[in-house]
Design a binder for this molecule. Structure first.
Ligand code: CAA
Length: 285
């Protein structure tokens, strides 16, 4: 099916970004979070991003207005999922939370509604196993900032039906994203490689190879990455990176994913990156 209505569960950075690009692409979108405050923050960030898109010549005021009319906000799960083609979750990386949310959602949505998870590393099959429709569950992994990043990583679970992959490819095309298709393995393609680079960069800081800044400059100027692995870790959040590293170490069993002591210590000290003002860099408030 071509997904033209989407319930996005979780209005954080990723959920708000996904809701924004889907609404701009012509989908009816219902963005759901637990509190009005969370929805208000999402609305502000969408407004700011659309304003920036206009100032950059990437959207017109008419396109912004049309997108906003297709976007609804609610704290009610039942209302959000009641009549949509796709239920897409973008809540924190907590397996039990994602499973519980899908179980609750399936009680209120259409029997033919498809489910997607924006998880960056967890098993699609395990999330799908919590539902009554594992063949209708797929991974749709977006990247931050969603309106700017061109990739959509489609993750096919063991039971995912082929028609969902087609629907996902169709959505990617409408959103102007390039899709890649990845088998359901820990960390998929993007997180597995991206996290590895970040962990190795931390081990290099730890053993005094070079400063964080110089290691980042190595990758930006030497390899053309838009941002070095340590600055990116600061943006993603050191706690988030540690959670993924621990999960990949446990599931893939490779020493390469063992979290460096430096990362553990910084997380314990609350140096989580941009969101706490300090990580590998100092961030102004
Ligand atoms: N709406 C639409 N387009 C926008 C926009 C908006 N709000 N804001 C910016 N753009 C466009 C710009 O017009 C520009 O387009 P062109 O290339 O066509 O000119 C492009 O986006 C880049 O914008 P800027 O020049 O303002 O941005 P920049 O050069 O400072 O780069 C960045 C910013 C794109 C974020 C860059 O720093 C980058 O790529 N960083 C790395 C980001 C990254 O790695 N993200 C992945 C994180 S991991 C993740 O998300 C997954 C996970 O599982 C944790």
């Amino acid at each position: 099916m071509s997904w033209s209505s989407i319930a996005v569960l979780g209005a954080g950075t990723m959920g708000a970004g996904i809701a924004q690009v889907a609404a701009r692409a012509g989908c009816r979108v219902i963005l759901r979070d637990l509190s009005d405050d969370a929805l208000e923050r999402a609305r502000d960030s969408i407004d700011a991003s659309l304003a920036k898109a206009i100032s950059l010549g990437k959207a017109t005021a008419e396109e912004r207005d049309a997108a906003l009319t297709r976007l609804e906000f609610t704290t009610s799960l039942d209302a959000a999922v009641a009549d949509v083609d796709l239920v897409l979750e973008a809540v924190p990386e907590d397996l039990a939370l994602k499973q519980r949310l899908f179980r609750e959602a399936q009680a209120h949505c259409r029997a033919d509604a498809d489910f997607a998870t924006n998880t960056s590393s967890l098993s699609i099959a395990t999330i799908a196993a919590a539902t009554d429709r594992p063949d209708r569950v797929i991974g749709l992994h977006f990247f931050n900032p969603v309106p700017v990043m061109k990739l959509l990583e489609i993750v096919r679970g063991e039971a995912t039906r082929e028609s969902l992959v087609d629907s996902a490819r169709g959505l990617a095309e409408r959103l102007g994203k390039t899709a890649i298709l990845v088998r359901d393995t820990p960390g998929f393609a993007t997180s597995r490689l991206g996290v590895l680079l970040g962990l190795e960069a931390m081990r290099m800081v730890e053993s005094g190879v070079a400063s964080a800044q110089d290691i980042d400059t190595a990758m930006t100027l030497g390899y053309g990455h838009p941002m070095g692995p340590l600055r990116l870790t600061d943006l993603v959040g050191l706690d988030v990176r540690l959670g993924i590293a621990d999960y990949l170490f446990a599931t893939l069993g490779s020493e390469a994913f063992r979290a460096p002591e430096l990362l553990r210590r910084m997380v314990a000290e609350g140096l989580l990156g941009k969101k706490t003002g300090r990580g590998f860099y100092e961030w102004g408030s």
